[in-house]
Design a protein around this ligand. Structure first.
Ligand SMILES: CC(C)[C@H](C(=O)O)[C@@H](O)C(=O)O
Ligand code: SF4
Length: 776
């Protein structure tokens, strides 16, 4: 009998298969999570949940925490403690809460005096915490090139995230953070396989950031919904790890669950000898396994997109969605030429917000601020590429007057490396503001924010309304383009900083040193302190779904009530709840925060005529949105929390972003996806002030005035949980024995994934030199 050949599998299929702890008949999978990154914004409520239930963190050795979003980026020379350093009370409380939580639960933490502190998505790869073939999650959406600048002779390859290592990395909400902390698993349905291939030679001046902005412009911010994207083709193969990270990092902006690149020599060279990478014989075994992690010949992709490299030129955004891209040589689009009414309305709204007139040349747009940093572009190669532009501008060149240009390295180590290379001196001499590591003006949860009406050339990843500050206007672009904008004071084609004059300027300038990142990675990782929390009672195995597990999730059976209509496409979670409300330590009290920037006039503070401010919609229990891709962007669970607090238990829309959908259901809320025409019909009922009735048992939306109900479908497991008000964590805890069996197999087959660097003797908390400092 010939042995049947196994079906060819994609990279995603392989990683998925290797992490299945258990699977039910519907394909709902209990997936093991190898690495969990934690930050201060999305974790307080998760730790509180553990504390209330008396549960420990199941795998402290696979969990790494840092502070990044709230922290000021001013000099830390006088830092003594978070309490005295962070002025804003809510930011301070969130950072202090994390410090308490890591101590109580025994987690490794890179705090503000640790040079390894930085943006979660930067420190994971930097430390070798992120490895090929792993599953990696974070309560943060961004958990998902060798660029030929020939005439500038740039060694740059522009940079960011975990999937770039051939791992399955995705963002989760706070309830799922708690689930992973408690069980080291997640309940997941497998996504679709999507492949984006970019082949050919990139034009001069085109970086990995331009490549991913161009891709998002082509497929749209919902283009990757429900998919895991594998990036393939000669362009990605030719990219450095940093460049691959930038691309994978922005997969969430394309709506995808995750993005990945198959590991290869570039990956192995990046990882070898990183502090948390496997060493010696363990490395050899790991590398042998990693080399199997590529898509098999003939494997099936559900969606394939091919983009010729030659189509891409330096790219910039004009609007308030990352899909609003245009070549820098182009101009602001004219909404009057758009036929789709929802698209036209969205474009008009964007242009009004951005203060732009149709057909203005992009290069004529003046900027007030420049931000170089973020998890997309805060790496050493990004800083080097910006530095090259400064050099190309000439020995005494300064940034344009009236421009404030900020450079925020992604981690303390990157900052040190850049300073050793002399980049800080170069930048400061040209007038840039050189800062400490953190998320900074990417989101502005700290003091780094735009003033209303200010325009920023930004290397970050989101240009949503109010993202960088209420009323602030963001244009996304590459670090080289951002540096060019800083020098000229307006959006500028980076190729103007290339050619004979630029070459001569660079040749005349003192050579910048190139120093290896490995010179800064020598710190041993000290053991985590013993958790001070009592161990959980032994778990027993039970079949899923059981209805007798303890739960605080409300049931969803039938919801009837006033429905608020909304006619916006790509409603992002920054719009649902802006950043200033993410600083809470609670899940409640957020009703007033819902759609805050649309409900309050930023200048007068008075209520606008936004639908939720008007009777009867101010009492809405249901929301119907006619634009697709509701809830895109950030993974903040605060978005469903604020809807829930307002009284809205059900959202109907043509489509939802994956993380939002999950987050809503974790809170006993129901997202209903219906065809656009049905959403429009329901919106008409809603506008007439008539009540709708959503029945989950019968899976139908009942309409007023005897109109036929509209049927919908829901995932059977989720429906069961919603109808019975079941809590995922309690259900998964019942499968403790199955998880333990998986962990045993994991230790045998992939031993390098256990206990990253903590395997030796544990050091008690009291042995840390200064116990006030939490930087062990
Ligand atoms: C705070 C966090 C939930 C959020 C995210 O998920 O992306 C943030 O990092 C962002 O970029 O908006
Ligand atoms: S997108 Fe911005 S705010 Fe979010 S993690 Fe990255 S740097 Fe931080």
């Amino acid at each position: 009998m010939p042995i049947p050949t196994p079906a060819p599998r994609t990279l995603y299929d392989k990683i998925w298969d290797d992490h299945v702890v258990d699977v039910d008949n519907d394909g709902l999978t209990l997936l093991y999570i190898d690495r969990h990154l934690v930050h201060e914004v999305t974790s307080p409520q998760a730790f509180e949940g553990l504390r209330n239930a008396g549960r420990p963190v199941r795998r402290p050795d696979c969990t790494l925490a840092t502070v990044d979003h709230n922290i000021p980026t001013v000099s830390r020379k006088n830092f003594t403690s978070v309490e005295s350093f962070i002025e804003e009370p809510d930011s301070r409380a969130q950072c202090a809460a994390l410090e308490e939580n890591v101590k109580e639960f025994g987690l490794t933490y890179f705090g503000m005096t640790d040079k390894r502190q930085g943006i979660v998505h930067i420190i994971g790869p930097e430390q070798g915490f992120t490895l090929p073939g792993i599953t990696c999650v974070c309560g943060d959406s961004h958990t998902s090139s060798s660029l030929k600048f020939t005439s500038l002779d740039l060694y740059l390859t522009i940079s960011a995230a975990h999937g770039a290592f051939g791992s399955l990395a995705f963002g989760i909400g706070t309830s799922e953070v708690e689930h992973v902390l408690a069980t080291q698993t997640l309940l997941q349905k497998k996504g679709k396989n999507m492949r984006i291939t970019v082949d050919g030679d990139l034009h001069e001046g085109v970086t990995s950031k331009d490549v991913i902005l161009h891709i998002i412009g082509v497929i749209g911010t919902a283009g990757g919904t429900g998919c895991v994207i594998e990036y393939s083709g000669s362009v990605f193969r030719g990219f450095s790890m940093e460049a691959r990270m930038s691309v994978c990092n922005m997969s969430i902006e394309a709506g995808a669950r995750a993005g990945m690149v198959a590991p290869d020599e570039v990956t192995f060279n990046y990882l070898r000898n990183r502090p948390l990478s496997p060493k010696g014989e363990a490395w050899d075994r790991a590398e042998t396994y990693w080399r199997t992690l590529k898509t098999d010949e003939g494997a099936k992709f559900d969606i394939e997109v091919n983009i010729p490299a030659s189509d891409i030129i330096p790219t910039v955004t004009w609007g308030t969605s990352p899909q609003d891209t245009v070549p820098i040589t182009g101009s602001v689009p004219d909404p009057s030429t758009m036929t789709d009414p929802v698209k036209r309305a969205s474009a008009e709204r964007s242009l009004a917000y951005m203060g732009l007139t149709p057909n203005t040349a992009m290069e004529d747009i003046k900027v007030d601020k420049v931000f170089i940093g973020s998890c997309t572009n805060g790496r050493i190669e990004d800083l080097r590429s910006a530095a090259k532009i400064v050099l190309a501008a000439g020995a005494d060149a300064k940034i344009a007057p009236n421009v404030h240009a900020m450079i925020v390295p992604g981690s303390g180590l990157i900052k040190k490396q850049a300073e050793a290379e002399g980049l800080d001196v170069l930048f400061k001499r040209a007038g840039f503001d050189w800062r400490e590591a953190g998320c900074s003006m990417c989101l502005g949860m700290n003091p780094d924010q735009l003033e209303p009406g200010e325009r920023c050339a930004s290397t970050s990843n989101r240009n949503f309304e109010g993202r960088q500050g209420s009323g602030g206007r963001t244009h996304l672009l590459s670090p080289a383009m951002a540096a060019a904008a800083a020098m000229t004071g307006k959006l500028t084609d980076v190729r103007k900083f290339m050619g004979a004059v630029a070459d001569a300027n660079i040749a005349a300038a003192p050579k910048l040193k190139v120093i290896s990142a490995f010179d800064f990675l020598d710190d041993p990782v000290l053991p985590a302190p013993e958790p001070q929390h009592p161990p959980a009672p032994a778990a027993s195995s039970a079949s899923l779904p059981s209805t007798d597990a303890p739960s605080t999730v409300p049931k969803f059976i039938v919801v009837k009530g006033i429905t608020a209509p909304l006619h916006i496409e790509n409603v992002d979670t920054d719009m649902i709840i802006p950043k200033q409300f993410l600083k809470t330590l609670k899940r409640t009290g957020l009703a007033n925060a819902l759609f805050f920037t649309l409900r309050k006039d930023p200048h007068t503070g008075k209520e606008t005529d936004f639908v939720l401010n008007r009777a009867p919609f101010n009492k809405a229990k249901i929301m119907v949105c006619t634009g697709k891709n509701f809830g895109c962007g950030s993974s903040r669970e605060h978005a469903p929390w604020s809807l829930n607090d307002f009284g809205i238990r059900c959202i109907i829309a043509p489509s939802f972003a994956d993380i939002f959908k999950n987050n809503a259901m974790q809170n006993g809320m129901l997202p209903v996806a219906l065809p656009e025409a049905d959403c429009r019909a329901l919106a008409e009922d809603a506008e007439a002030g008539l009540e709708l009735e959503v029945d989950l048992e019968k899976q139908e939306v009942r309409r007023p005035n005897g109109k036929a109900p509209i049927p919908f479908t829901t995932d059977p497991f989720r429906r069961h949980c919603l109808l019975n008000g079941l809590d995922d964590i309690a259900l998964t805890m019942q499968r403790g024995a199955t998880i333990a069996t998986f962990e045993q197999r994991r230790s045998e087959n992939w031993s390098w994934l256990d206990g990253f660097g903590f395997k030796g003797a544990r050091i008690p908390v009291s042995a840390v030199k200064n116990t006030k400092k939490m930087d062990w």
